[in-house]
Design a protein around this ligand. Structure first.
Ligand SMILES: [Zn+2]
Length: 119
C-alpha cells in the first residue's frame, strides 16, 4: 500500500511530498559531507517526476556542491535545514531527509550505512 509522505524544512519555506510503501528503513553515509550533516536519508531514490517540491521563496533554496559536483545538496537559506538532494550514484534522482517528515520517527528505523568515505 502506498503512503503519501509530506516533509518540510524547519521554518516551512521548503516542502516536499511523494508516495511510497511504508518506510521502515533509512540510510546514513559517512562521506566527508554527510558525516557532518548527520541526517538519516531514504535508502531508496525518488525520480524527479515523483517528488513534488514547493518553495515559498524560490531564491531561498540554497545549493551546495563539491568534488566533481555530480551531487546537488539543497538547503533552506532561512533555517539551514537540508530537505533533499540529488544523488552522486544516480544523478537527478532524489533522496530526502527523513527527519523532515513528521510521521516518521527516525530513531525507530533500521538504518544502514553507506561507505561514502571510500569514494
Ligand atoms: Zn526553512
Amino acid at each position: 500500500m502506498m503512503n503519501e509522505y509530506k516533509g518540510n524544512c524547519h521554518c516551512g519555506n521548503v516542502t516536499f511530498s511523494f508516495k511510497h510503501d511504508e518506510i521502515k528503513t533509512g540510510l546514513r553515509c559517512n562521506c566527508s559531507f554527510c558525516i557532518r550533516r548527520g541526517a538519516v536519508m531514504t535508502d531508496f531514490v525518488i525520480p524527479p517526476e515523483e517528488l513534488t517540491i514547493h518553495i515559498n521563496e524560490k531564491e531561498s533554496l540554497g545549493l551546495y556542491e563539491f568534488g566533481n559536483k555530480t551531487a546537488h545538496h539543497f538547503y533552506c537559506k532561512k533555517c539551514g535545514i537540508y530537505p533533499f538532494h540529488q544523488t552522486f550514484r544516480m544523478p537527478d534522482q532524489y533522496r530526502v531527509n527523513l527527519g523532515c517528515i513528521d510521521r516518521i520517527n527516525t530513531e525507530s528505523l533500521e538504518v544502514s550505512l553507506f561507505e561514502g568515505k571510500k569514494l
